[in-house]
Design a protein around this ligand. Structure first.
Ligand code: NCD
Ligand code: ZN
Length: 444
């Protein structure tokens, strides 16, 4: 039995929602945070009834909120389930995951949303917030019942995997979003411009002889969406933004007051198209685990994404955890399913940005934590991502200096599809707590 009262003692409390970065204690009673005391404050003496967790030399942060992941249930359980995907989330420090509706069948009715809630209640170890489809079957022809799904608990709407091809439908969806108060999330990719491209169109694709998808295939779609959001209002959220010019478009739109939020993935912040060619030490050539939508871009794009996170143009870091089975990846590059299994490597990958050795602009840990917690939570209007007294006790203990080697066979996720297998990462999630319950713990 777990003690009803837990004290996380003597950690570095890093909570961007309170602009807090101090050493101290966080006290939890049942499912809530009941006290946050730092050295300069007055921490009440510990009571004998509480369990004390020693957080010396660890960072105590709000639990991460992932706005974009694929849990594959229903219908694709051979790739992932709510049970395995949420265990992967817990191991990665995510206490909440928003799951995409590109399942079989598509999550496009209120009863589908209720079904996810029911299965999550039974199987999940972290909070699962479903995202409903924008169009029926994600076919881009007819709007789904957005208001019904919103009432059933859908936190956002998206046809992710597909863009919303019709500007008219997206405009209608944004009008509905004004009623539901829920954002419309677009996967911005103009399929005509992608034109069968399987990686970023540029120097590496020409050298490898693989068909490329140009940066404009994303940028043209984003420009259209921003024009619609500016005209209609509603709430637009841009999934996995990946190019330098996309960042400029979002920055300009925000400056003009457009209601838009945007996310980037850890892999687009750290890896580039060079990984497809295997230029980095220890990386396989033509590794199908590097195939992902949108594709890994150039160094210039990557640096622009980092700057976008630094200046708040990008609100959230989301994993786009896209688990696939070996049979989906063990084939020619251009036939492989796109996607990276990302929940369990997100924190370690992002830590490469905190103290870069390659001349990158550094991102302070506080900025990364902000984008994983408060920034994400605000983008979807969730009341999460904070260590405020009274908040749900969703938190993580991070060990930023500990090293580990990625071994995909040890992933909790069924998706072993990571290009990072064998890589040395710095940054371990030592403990994950959801509603006062410890759901993941790695002893020191
Ligand atoms: C995602 C998937 O596998 O569902 N794949 C990907 O490459 N990102 C779909 C998506 O997020 O677009
Ligand atoms: Zn997508």
């Amino acid at each position: 039995m777990q003690a009803a009262r837990i004290r996380i003692a003597n950690g570095r409390i890093l909570d961007p929602s309170q602009e807090l970065d101090e050493r101290g204690d966080v006290v939890i009673e049942n499912d809530r945070i009941v006290g946050v005391h730092w050295a300069s404050g007055h921490a009440p003496a510990s009571s004998p009834a509480e369990r004390v967790v020693d957080a010396e030399s660890l960072v105590v942060a709000p639990g991460f909120v992932d706005l974009h992941c694929h849990l594959r249930e229903p219908g694709l359980e051979y790739k992932e389930t709510i049970a395995t995907g949420t265990r992967a989330a817990a191991a990665g420090g995510f206490t909440t995951v928003c799951c995409m509706p590109n399942t079989e069948p598509t999550l496009d009715t209120a009863s589908d949303i209720e079904w996810i809630h029911a299965v999550a209640h039974r199987d999940a170890v972290v909070r699962v917030y479903p995202i409903g489809a924008i169009t029926k079957g994600r076919l881009g022809i007819e709007l789904a019942e957005l208001a019904d799904m919103g009432r059933a608990g859908a936190v956002a709407f998206s046809d992710d995997g597909n863009p919303v091809r019709s500007g008219k439908l997206l405009r209608n969806a944004l009008s509905y979003a004004r009623i539901t108060g829920r954002p419309v999330v677009d996967h911005c990719e103009d399929h005509d411009l992608v034109d069968g491209g399987v990686m970023h169109e540029g120097s590496v694709s020409s050298r490898l002889g693989l068909r490329g998808a140009p940066a404009e295939s994303e940028e043209a779609a984003i420009a259209r969406d921003l024009a619609l959001a500016q005209a209609v209002g509603g709430r637009l959220h841009l999934a996995h933004v990946s190019t330098a010019h996309s960042i400029e478009l979002v920055r300009d739109a925000k400056a003009r007051g457009t209601r838009v939020t945007a996310e980037v993935t850890p892999h687009h912040l750290v890896l580039t198209h060079a990984w497809v060619a295997g230029f980095e030490e220890g990386v396989t050539r033509y590794d199908t685990n590097c195939r992902v939508n949108p594709p890994l871009r150039t160094e210039e794009d990557r640096v622009a994404l980092i700057r976008g996170v630094a200046d708040g143009t990008i609100d959230a870091i989301a994993t786009d955890h896209a688990p696939h089975d070996v049979v989906d990846k063990n084939c020619e590059f251009d036939r492989a399913a796109p996607g990276i299994s990302g929940l369990e490597t997100a924190f370690g990958l992002l830590m490469r940005l905190v103290a870069p050795t390659n001349g990158d602009p550094a991102l302070p840990l506080a900025t990364i934590v902000r984008a994983l917690t408060m920034g994400a939570s605000r983008a979807f209007n969730l009341d999460l991502g904070t260590l405020r007294v009274g908040a749900l006790a969703d938190l993580v203990l991070l060990d930023p200096d500990a090293h580990w080697t990625v071994d995909v066979q040890r992933f909790h996720s069924k998706g072993k599809n990571s290009p990072l297998d064998g890589q040395d990462l710095r940054g371990i999630v030592r403990l994950t707590m959801v509603g006062g319950k410890i759901v993941h713990e790695v002893p020191r």
